[in-house]
Design a protein. Structure first.
Length: 105
């Protein structure tokens, strides 16, 4: 009887170990799938980053080829001068209207 009980105990332990091993394998499979997904995401992020770098280089080259430094500087001065003059004109017109309103009162 003691031998039979020992056999049952041994079979039960083997069954539990087998079940634990199966659960462990399932968990490892899930971790592998998760790691593969993370790797795919990282690879896509890398591709996007490389594409963005390439696009920025092309934009930089375009802007540098479109203008030489002096031309770019002159163009910027023209743009700023235009904005300054328009701002001055608006301020002057507003001050003139304000003066007219004060004169009427």
């Amino acid at each position: 009887m003691a031998g039979t009980f020992g056999n049952y105990t041994e079979e039960w332990m083997i069954g539990n170990q087998s079940e634990s091993a199966n659960k462990e394998l399932e968990q490892m499979d899930k971790e592998i799938i998760s790691a593969e997904i993370k790797q795919a995401i990282a690879e896509r992020d890398l591709m996007n980053q490389q594409l963005q770098i390439e696009n920025n280089k092309e934009a930089d080259e375009f802007m540098r080829s479109k203008f030489i430094n002096q031309q770019l500087y002159d163009w910027m001065i023209g743009q700023i001068s235009t904005v300054y003059f328009q701002s001055y004109q608006l301020a002057y017109d507003l001050a003139k209207r304000q003066s007219n309103v004060i004169s009427m009162n």
